[in-house]
Structure formats: C-alpha cells, structure tokens
Design a protein around this ligand. Structure first.
Ligand code: GDP
Ligand code: IMO
Ligand code: MG
Length: 420
C-alpha cells in the first residue's frame, strides 16, 4: 500500500505551494486538494506562461495526471467555471481528469455576501478575509446546514432555496437587502458546468488507488499559521490547513501519510489582519515586497513582509510532522547586506522560545544576524554553486529544526528549483 505525501505551507500562506506541487507532480499518479477553496491563489510559471489556480489542484499541467478536489474543499461553481474555462481556453482540457468529491461543500452566492457583511460588522477588528465566502460556507458545514456537490446530482432546488432564505434573513438582520438575481443565474450555470466533471466518492477512489500501489500528492492551501486550530486565532481561515487536514479532507487514515513537505519562504509574509511578530515597517520590508512582488494572487492586496521567524517555523514543523523542508524565494534576499532570523521572542520581560498562545501586543523578536550573499542566485541550478553565506543560512535552518531542507527555490519558474 502506497502512502499519501502532503505539501503544505508553514507560514501565513503564499509560500509557493503551487510551484512546488507542479514540480513534484511527475512523481505521483494523482494530485488532490484537501481543504480551503478559492481563497487560495497558487501561481505556476513555466515555458513563459503564468497560471493562477484557486480551486483546481496544481498537478494539472504535468503529464495528464488525474487531479481531485477533495471533500474538505469548499467550491464556488461560478469561480470554478471561470477557472476551468480559462484553462481549457489555454489548451489544458480537464474534463476527463479532474474529479470532484461529492462531499465537498458548495459556496452559495449568499455565502459571499455573508462574508462581506460579517467583515463590515467587525469594523476595525475585521479579519481581512478574501471575501470568497469561505467562513460562512464552513460554518454551514459544521452547523449541518451546508449543501454538497453530491446534492447537485438530485433535486437540489428546495435545499438551495432554504439555505438562501436562511442567509437572506441573516443579511437583513445586519442591514443588507441585496438582489442576487444576476449572481444566482451565474451560479446555476456554474452548477450545470460542474456536472460535466466526474463527481465521485473521492475517499474510495483514493484508497483504492493506494491499495493498488498508486501514489497520491495532497496539496494544501493557506498555511499553518492560518489554521483554524493552530493559527493566530481569530485571524485565521476556517479550515484545518495542517497535515491532519489531509486525512479529514481526503478520507485517508493517519497511518497512510508518508512524506510531509513543509514549505516556507526565506522570509515571511502575511496578507490580511493579525499578529506578525517579525513584520518590518522599514526599507528592508519595502524591498522584500517590491523584489518579491508581494501582492496577493487573488485579491491583489499588498502582503506584509518581515524576517523569517524560527519560533513560528518550529511550531509549524511540530504540528505537521514535517519530514522535508522546502525553502522558497531565496533569490529575493540576494541584495541584502544582513539577513535576520527571529530565534526567540521577548515578552513581558521573559525570553520565549516556544510559540505562545497569543503573539498579540508586546512581542519583541530576538534576532540572529547572517551575512547576506550579495549575488544573484537565480541562475544557479545546483546546491554546490550556492555562495557560502546561503549554505550557512540553509544549514542553520536544518540545525535549528532538525529537518533537512531538500528543495530550494531561486525563482518563480518551474526550472528555478534545486533539488538536493
Ligand atoms: P502559494 O499560494 O503558496 O501557491 O503561493 P503564491 O502563488 O500565492 O505566491 C508565491 C509567489 O511567489 C508566486 O507569484 C510565485 O510565482 C512566486 N515564486 C515562487 N517561488 C519563487 C522563488 O523561488 N523566487 C521568486 N522570486 N518567486 C517565487
Ligand atoms: P494560499 O493557498 C494567504 C487569509 C486572508 C485572511 C484569512 C481569512 O494562496 O496560500 P478567508 O478568506 O480564508 O476567510 O480569509 O486568511 N488567507 C490567505 N492568505 N494565502 C492564502 O491562500 C490565503 N487564504 C486565506 O487574507 O487573512
Ligand atoms: Mg497564494
């Protein structure tokens, strides 16, 4: 019996999961998304083309592999259709090799509106969500009032109408009176489009494949510090982004998990509200943002930037059981004289090395400084070519975490990837 390997983000999302999944896909037969929805924006670049995927797994470009949208995902038929049609238009036909779980929950037009209304009601305490209706959809799932992809195969009109009426009552109570006729029409068209794909019991398909010796790569969305249990609550997303989420989001048992690829940027970014201990408000932060093009793939929002946070990284590695580390965007630090890494926090006069319950308020990172490599590494293709300063940085991370850094990314293109 083969195992399921998992790719997941160790920071606040946008670590480069899409690129890594694309690079790793040739090793697998199936790639499956296990949580999140169109709040994700996974960017892939190869052969001069650039693609941004939201709900469709990042394994669709390499070798005609089967890709699965698992039960843990929340799916918006409108956005799914836009995404799939754009791919088809660019020559990537998916209908026969993109499967969708019957158990995946549907994002309704009113879920998006509720997301906006809840955010507005929070005022300055808003989460800064992606506005895709993620929270309200997962809320309905847990409240046992959600609608699933499998429902679309039967008569779903009454279920849909009941959900819509319930949502509209909430919206009215919040002072929103909205006309959803247009959006609803697009949603229904999206539903019809969705039915072209194979709607399956994905947990059975995946486990049958594993039993036959097939291999599966599970693709995470968001990042560990946005996990609903382990992230900086309440400034989190509404799903379990950690490795355990691959078990519940695909229906694979914990003992079926193989390698856990933990992805991190050589620095840190965060989009949306919430604590970020190593955030920079100076010229270094500006440089990271401009050199790293740190603007959201989905919302276009500017990402907040800061130094690598070892306290948070070790915590993420612990809760995920990471077996291999993957460092991304190393090239963004090419020009820095000094590179810093937080190795502890100073909080209320104490030095803290374990990621605490709350990192809000007075948290001062204790930095260890590294000499920058000050050269362009983006054309390098072997670890041996790397400057000594970069090797020291990588070795420091390995020594601190006890986990090998197996892949180092030096540019957005598929080819700019060093596998050790
Ligand atoms: P994801 O959500 O984790 O898939 O990451 P995103 O796609 O949202 O953000 C990562 C961004 O960094 C994308 O624009 C990638 O093209 C880009 N990227 C990935 N790896 C590298 C790298 O090593 N260097 C640089 N400069 N950009 C990278
Ligand atoms: P990928 O997969 C970065 C953030 C939002 C917000 C919080 C909650 O591309 O890494 P939500 O819409 O999920 O209710 O928003 O989570 N967020 C992300 N940040 N990358 C993502 O996905 C994100 N998905 C959600 O900005 O702070
Ligand atoms: Mg992203």
């Amino acid at each position: 019996m083969e195992k399921v390997d998992v790719v997941l983000g160790l920071q606040w999302g946008d670590e480069g999961k899409g690129k890594v999944v694309d690079v790793l896909t040739p090793r697998y037969q199936v790639v499956a998304r296990f949580q999140g929805g169109p709040n994700a924006g996974h960017t892939l670049e190869f052969e001069g083309e650039k693609y941004v995927l939201r709900s469709i797994p990042s394994g669709i470009f390499q070798g005609g592999k089967v890709n699965i949208i698992g039960n843990g995902v929340v799916l918006d038929p409108i956005l799914f259709r836009e995404e799939a049609e754009a791919l088809v238009a660019s020559g990537h036909d998916l209908t026969r090799r993109l499967y969708i779980s019957k158990r995946a929950h549907l994002i309704l037009p009113t879920h998006r509106m509720l997301d906006a209304a809840y955010e507005a009601a929070k005022g300055s305490a808003k989460i800064g969500t992606t506005g895709k209706g993620i929270g309200p959809t997962y809320t309905d799932k847990v409240s046992r009032t959600g609608m699933r992809v499998g429902d679309l195969l039967g008569d779903f009109e009454a279920t849909y109408a009941a959900a819509k009426a319930r949502h509209q009552a909430i919206l009215r109570s919040l002072g929103y009176e909205c006309d959803i006729t247009e959006l609803e029409k697009k949603w229904m068209e999206g539903v019809e489009y969705l039915k072209r794909f194979r709607i399956i019991d994905s947990e059975q398909t995946i486990n049958d494949l594993l039993a036959e010796g097939g291999s599966v790569l599970a693709e995470g969305a968001q990042g560990t510090l946005l996990d609903v249990d382990f992230g900086s609550y309440p400034f989190v997303t509404s799903s379990n982004t950690v490795c355990a989420g691959a078990c519940t989001g695909l229906g694979v048992a914990p003992n079926r998990i193989g390698e856990v690829f933990g992805i991190f940027k050589a620095y840190c970014t965060r989009v949306g509200s919430g604590p970020f201990p190593t955030e920079l408000f100076d010229a270094d932060g500006e440089r990271m943002c401009s050199i790293g093009h740190e603007f959201g793939a989905v919302t276009g929002r500017r990402r907040r930037c800061g130094w690598l946070d070892m306290v948070a990284l070790k915590y993420s590695i612990m809760v995920n059981g990471v077996t291999q580390l993957i460092m991304m965007k190393s090239d963004v630090l090419n020009d820095f004289d000094t590179i810093k890494v937080a190795v502890a926090y100073r909080m209320q006069g104490r030095t803290v090395e374990h990621f605490p319950y709350s990192v809000e308020g007075d948290v001062e990172p204790v930095y260890r400084e590294f000499k920058g490599w000050k050269c362009d590494i983006s054309g390098m293709r072997t670890y041996e070519e790397f400057p000594a300063e970069l090797k020291s940085y990588v070795e420091f991370i390995e020594e601190q975490t006890g986990v090998p850094v197996k892949i180092i990314s030096v540019g957005p293109d598929r080819a700019a990837t060093i596998v050790r």
